[in-house]
Design a protein around this ligand. Structure first.
Ligand SMILES: Cc1cc2nc3c(=O)[nH]c(=O)nc-3n(C[C@H](O)[C@H](O)[C@H](O)COP(=O)(O)OP(=O)(O)OC[C@H]3O[C@@H](n4cnc5c(N)ncnc54)[C@H](O)[C@@H]3O)c2cc1C
Ligand code: SF4
Length: 481
């Protein structure tokens, strides 16, 4: 297993083509906007070496029998799935943001199921290829980007009917030694902190979309792969060098548009090529795993609740009954989210490949709650924080000889609490509910792993309504013929 330092050094050896603010980024690892997101991923390496977290952060490889980082593990039991949920909460609490590495873990697990199933039906050899690939991911302790979402163009049209055929990633050429692909993947979490990009189709497909039913993995610095970093609200505060105004000055997340400009993929890295009848299953399995992964929101929720309680204490209102009740409400919502991610793990089942999958219905119910509860927790945190959270002058004003004394005097709340501490805790709440971390805590809660309607469709498909009707009719004496 790599240490956090070795992970950082491994990224320095990559030759990524990254653009941000219209310019090419020369040194990705040390760029002040990107670096906090690298540090958040590095935490997944650091904690794996801490004895107190070993049981949660590490696992035993089912291929080699060696100890590996859980982010590269294929779940072999319900216990593994439950530990995955605990790991998500732990890291969310440690970083207060998206730590990015789950998408790759979820892609690996979904592919471990689906490559096996494709082979069983079509007599292909994807599973063997996949296991070889997996072994190298585990041996080298790699971070993988799970790349599912295409730009999608007109949402009402299937891939082959789009005005621009590249808005869904597809195969443009088949060669003796591999395939050439073109297209893009949007909103890619942690892409430039990744060693590998694992591509999967984004929707269920039919025969006409055969060329779009493609899955493969490529090194993140392969020729033809280009990254354009996404902006986040308040991102340039990281360039100012002061620690107060960023809220969370240690960690962050990032997303990028990843472009595949005629990228050659050798056969040993191709895991689906034209088997459109399995693209829906790959989407569903990846989405279910990633919906479970939103245990991370519980960890970030822990931080936000802690920040709200601290702000209440600094303001001298912590014992007011409505504040206490709001803190209870935040905890109730947050722990309900925890129940969901543990429940779908606890009800997990073994797939034919031997991989344990989560309960898909419960994973979708959990994600549906995730589209709502963090917004309510954020609303309550803003209520408790007070207006100063968004009207507060800057770090520089606090340090300035002209204005500092006025801020010290007028922004102080409870005596004994330094004004700077009050500013720091309010900036952290701002960061999670309005700033860079709100990308992960709020909008990703809404759209990540599929927008809310995607879960409602899955819930309606998976719920056994007839069984419920039978139970009701039996109790009131209705007998159907
Ligand atoms: C912060 C963040 C991180 C992410 N990280 C990743 C990642 O690492 N990897 C990855 O692959 N993806 C990632 N995603 C992508 C995520 O899965 C998508 O955002 C999600 O699937 C929604 O797609 P979209 O953003 O294109 O929205 P849209 O598809 O444009 O959806 C917008 C609205 O239109 C509705 N809609 C869309 N299509 C239809 C239709 N055909 N009929 C009716 N209604 C429709 C939706 O329900 C929704 O209400 C991330 C997203 C975010 C916000
Ligand atoms: S949003 Fe959560 S589950 Fe998704 S990659 Fe970030 S930390 Fe992992």
């Amino acid at each position: 297993m790599m240490t956090a330092q070795e992970y950082e050094e491994s990224l320095r050896r990559l030759h990524l083509v990254v653009y941000m603010f219209g310019k090419k980024v020369g040194n990705v690892v040390d760029d002040p906007i990107i670096r906090p997101s690298m540090k958040a991923v590095a935490k997944t390496y650091e904690l794996a070496h801490r004895p107190e977290h070993e049981a949660i952060m590490t696992a035993t490889s089912h291929i080699t029998g060696k100890k590996i980082n859980r982010f590269t593990h294929i779940h072999q039991s319900v216990e593994d799935l439950v530990k995955k949920s605990k790991m998500g909460r732990l890291l969310g609490r440690e970083t207060g943001c998206c730590f990015q590495r789950c998408v790759g873990m979820d892609a690996l697990n979904a592919l471990s199921i689906v490559t096996f199933n494709i082979d069983a039906k079509h007599g292909t050899e994807y599973h063997k290829r996949f296991l070889n690939y997996l072994e190298s991911v585990q041996e080298n302790d790699l971070t993988c980007d799970g790349a599912m979402t295409d730009p999608k163009g007109d949402r009402g049209l299937p891939p082959h009917k789009q005005a621009d055929p590249d808005v869904f990633l597809h195969v443009v050429e088949e060669r003796k030694d591999g395939i050439v692909v073109r297209g893009a993947k949007a909103h890619q979490t942690g892409a430039v902190n990744s060693h590998e990009i694992i591509v999967m189709p984004t929707i269920a497909m039919r025969g006409e979309d055969r060329d779009y039913a493609v899955s493969f993995a490529m090194p993140s610095d392969a020729e033809g792969i280009i990254y354009v970093l996404g902006r986040q609200s308040c991102d340039t505060r990281k360039l100012e060098g002061a620690t107060i105004d960023t809220g969370n000055f240690l960690y962050g997340g990032h997303e990028a548009l990843v472009i595949f400009d005629n990228v050659f993929v050798p056969w040993d890295r191709v895991f689906m090529h034209g088997e459109y009848d399995f693209s829906g299953q790959l989407v569903e399995d990846f989405a279910a795993y990633h919906r479970q992964s939103y245990a991370c929101k519980v960890g970030v929720g822990d931080v936000l609740i802690g920040a709200a309680q601290t702000a209440a204490e600094y303001n001298g209102v912590a014992s007011a009954s409505h504040i206490r009740d709001k803190i209870v409400e935040m905890n109730q919502l947050n722990e309900t989210l925890y129940c969901g991610c543990v429940a779908c793990a606890s009800e997990g089942r073994k797939e034919p490949s031997g991989t344990y999958n989560v309960d898909v219905l419960l994973a979708n119910v959990h994600k549906q709650n995730v589209t709502r509860f963090p917004y309510e927790i954020a609303r309550l945190a803003q209520d408790i924080a007070g207006g100063l959270m968004v009207t507060m002058p800057s770090n520089e004003d606090l340090k300035s000889p002209e204005t500092g004394k006025w801020l010290e005097k007028y922004l102080r709340a409870c005596s004994g609490i330094p004004t700077e501490h009050r500013m720091r805790i309010l900036r952290l709440i701002e960061n999670i509910t309005l700033g860079t971390a709100a990308v992960g805590y709020l909008t990703e809660s809404m759209h990540g792993a599929g927008s809310p309607q995607a879960q409602r469709i899955m819930i309606s498909r998976r719920v056994n309504l007839e069984e419920k009707q039978r139970a009701a009719k039996k109790l009131c004496g209705i007998q159907d013929n």
